[in-house]
Design a protein around this ligand. Structure first.
Ligand code: AHG
Ligand code: MN
Ligand code: MN
Length: 331
């Protein structure tokens, strides 16, 4: 990294997100200002969703929506509300050609054929935790479309390997709300300051410890784990590592990013490809993990190298501290 580039990203902790995005715009590969606007749109929708989540116990928005999404999962009211918030924010901006969302079976074509960007999003991750006041999140990926501008969006625009992401991140709605993102030049985290209505840079150039002592996996499924995974978990227990599993991927990932650890959602006979979705859950967190010095694998290969074949496909997911992911996927 050159001196000028270093000084550009060497803003003091405390900058607000808008200012940080502006200062770093020239460091983006495509510095037209549209990507900056897009990240601002995501942060704005995140603030609105955060407000709704904070009022969830008072407003009539907890509980089931009464429908299933394309994966046959019960949609929660807030899943649907968050999906609408993000779609609207991205539609208004005009930078996005299409969205792939957990909550929609097909591509959402925003009828902006001249727009350059494609978004993949899990609008509300961990939504079954909402009613019990546990942290939830939003996960997003940004791609550049590959088909010519001006033409209708194609399947190849959305079925891109994770390594093609130009930016990715998540919003955590926890004890504080946080916006964490990368444009491929490290990871920065912003904490929401409600009295200002702003995300403020609080975690500059985040790095995940190479080795950690936390493992996060749903051990209720452990009778169905394969032998190498069982052996790895026994190793974790021999070393008296801590088991921590919230059941909200964003929250589990975020804790492990800060403290060092591994998150695993493995394949089991019931879910032979795991549970988590490649395009709008795993890819974004894999990019954040790698940019923070960590790693992400499906057990056999790097998540970011996988060529997706369909919108909602699932993959086993091992993500977190580099040495832990290596050790867990060795067998
Ligand atoms: P979503 O709410 O978007 O459907 O995702 C839920 C995911 C993820 O957040 C979490 O880590 C995982 O489901 C938990 O699954 P189990 O209950 O099977 O452990
Ligand atoms: Mn999810
Ligand atoms: Mn979701």
């Amino acid at each position: 990294m050159g001196k000028a580039e270093k000084s550009r990203i060497a803003l003091p902790v405390g900058s607000n997100l808008d200012r940080f995005i502006m200062k770093n715009q020239e460091a983006f590969k495509y510095a037209t200002g549209e990507l900056s606007q897009l990240i601002r749109d995501l942060a704005y929708a995140g603030k609105v969703v955060n407000r709704e989540i904070n009022r969830a116990g008072l407003a009539d928005i907890t509980g089931a929506y009464g429908a299933e999404n394309v994966q046959g999962e019960d949609q929660q009211n807030l899943d649907v509300a968050a999906d609408i918030r993000f779609t609207r924010a991205l539609q208004k901006g005009g930078e996005v050609a299409a969205i792939v969302s957990e909550e929609n079976a097909d591509i959402i074509d925003l009828n902006n054929p001249r727009a350059k960007y494609i978004i993949a999003i899990d609008p509300l991750d961990g939504s079954s935790n909402i009613d019990v006041n546990v942290s939830v999140g939003t996960i997003f990926s940004i791609y550049r479309r590959v088909s010519p501008l001006g033409s209708p969006v194609q399947m190849e625009d959305v079925l891109q390997a994770g390594k093609e992401q130009i930016a990715a991140g998540y919003i955590l709605y926890g004890s504080s709300a946080m916006f964490v993102y990368t444009t491929g030049k490290g990871v920065n985290g912003f904490t929401y300051e409600p009295s200002l209505g702003e995300f403020i840079l609080s975690h500059q150039n985040m790095k995940i410890p190479k080795e950690g002592n936390i493992f996060s996996i749903n051990e209720g499924l452990s009778n169905h784990f394969d032998e190498p995974l069982e052996a790895y978990l026994n190793l974790c227990k021999d070393r008296s590592y801590s088991a921590r599993y919230i059941g909200s991927l964003v929250a589990d990932f975020h804790r492990n990013l800060l403290k060092g650890g591994i998150y695993i959602y493995p394949r089991t006979p019931k879910v032979p490809n795991g549970k988590l979705r490649l395009i709008y859950e795993c890819n974004a967190l894999a990019m954040v993990a790698e940019q923070a010095g960590g790693s992400a694998s499906d057990g056999k290969q790097r998540i970011l190298d996988i060529q997706p074949k369909s919108l909602h496909e699932r993959v086993p997911f091992y993500v977190g501290s580099k040495r832990m992911v290596e050790e867990a996927t060795m067998g």
